[in-house]
Design a protein around this ligand. Structure first.
Ligand code: 13P
Ligand code: SF4
Length: 330
């Protein structure tokens, strides 16, 4: 008898796919047959974005996961996102095309070490960025995303002491925007810390009309140069509403697909990393492929599960975030 873990891994590697089938049509058919919804993050490959029912940032995807009427959520994103969907919709099956699609930021905050850290500050509330494990969320008071981190911090009384984790760059940016002192966990995202200040400055001087836009997971030296800082949805909206025709984009390159679709007359230049072989692709997000998405929806595997006891404790901090966001119209 195979364990769920073994089946999860076999779920995407064991089965050859008939090369003549139209994967888009098959995925569409299976989606209807199984009453499944496909939620995709902006960092997914263009084919996956094109077949998804909803494309969004972490906040938008959590909102969709909480509201969907589908029986099955196929989460084209990374593990912590699928876990969040499971916590919000525990009676539904949540599938992740590649069960190994993790996150360096989430990995940079092991729950056991975070517990020790948190215990040093007993009078602090804990706000965790959604890019962390379910276990970490279960230790938190409120969860946030890059779309609402500033507002979540501001929703607490000024004198409230706060621990913010795991992303130190997002935390430092929120501290600056809110004028609050936050105790930061020392975590980073491998994609957002690779941008080169020198190479961006050069690119800006060669494209003087281009707006430089950045995700708040970037380092402060990069954020200092930005004309606009925001979540992936924020960045996308900015490129749509701005009268500028050129943008240098400091975040994962997948978002450029939606930017180009929304504004075909504008030019989007990925911000250069500080090393010529690294690129702005998230290796975790890009583990998912259209083929794995097809096998996943067909076989109902790999499935993401969260222990009931963790769901019970992690749900409230996520719901608090969703309530504050709904109240503020985010
Ligand atoms: P948002 O889409 O919420 O901006 O998050 C970016 C990210 O790094 C997701 O892994
Ligand atoms: Fe994690 Fe960074 Fe990849 Fe987002 S882009 S999934 S934060 S490693």
């Amino acid at each position: 008898m195979n364990t769920l873990e073994e089946l999860n891994i076999k779920g995407f590697i064991d089965e050859p796919i008939d090369p003549t089938i139209d994967l888009f049509a098959e995925i569409d058919r299976l989606k209807k047959e199984k009453n499944a919804v496909i939620l995709a993050h902006y960092y997914q490959e263009p084919d996956i974005q094109d077949i998804a029912d909803f494309i969004g940032d972490s906040l938008g995807l959590s909102q969709q996961a909480a509201e969907t009427k589908a029986d099955v959520i196929v989460f084209a994103g990374v593990h912590f996102m699928a876990e969040t969907a499971k916590i919000l919709s525990p009676t539904k099956r949540v599938l992740l095309p590649d069960i190994k699609a993790g996150c360096s930021l989430s990995d940079s905050c092991p729950p056991k070490l975070f517990k020790k850290f948190k215990d040093k500050y007993p009078d602090h509330l804990v706000i965790t960025y959604v890019n962390c494990t379910a276990e970490l969320k279960a230790m938190s008071d409120i969860v946030c995303t890059s779309s609402n981190a500033v507002q979540i911090v501001e929703s607490l009384p000024k004198e409230q002491k706060i621990i913010f984790g795991p992303d130190k760059n997002l935390g430092a940016w929120v501290a600056k925007k809110t004028g609050r002192e936050l105790v930061l966990w020392n975590g980073v995202c491998m994609v957002h810390e690779i941008f080169s200040q020198q190479r961006i400055l050069k690119l800006k001087s060669r494209n003087p009309d281009a707006k430089f836009i950045a995700h708040p997971e970037c380092e402060e030296t990069i954020l200092k140069m930005a004309d606009y800082i925001g979540s992936t949805t924020g960045l996308l909206k900015y490129t749509i509403s701005s009268s500028a025709k050129e943008f240098i984009v400091a975040t994962e390159s997948g978002i450029i697909h939606q930017m180009e679709r929304a504004s075909p007359d504008k030019l989007f230049i990925p911000a250069p990393p500080d090393n010529s072989c690294a690129c702005n692709d998230c290796p975790h997000m890009k583990r998912n492929t259209l083929e794995k998405l097809y096998l996943c929806i067909k076989n109902g595997l790999p499935e993401v599960t969260v222990p009931a006891e963790i769901i019970k404790r992690a749900r409230l901090p996520i719901e608090r975030m969703l309530e504050i966001s709904a109240r503020l119209g985010l």
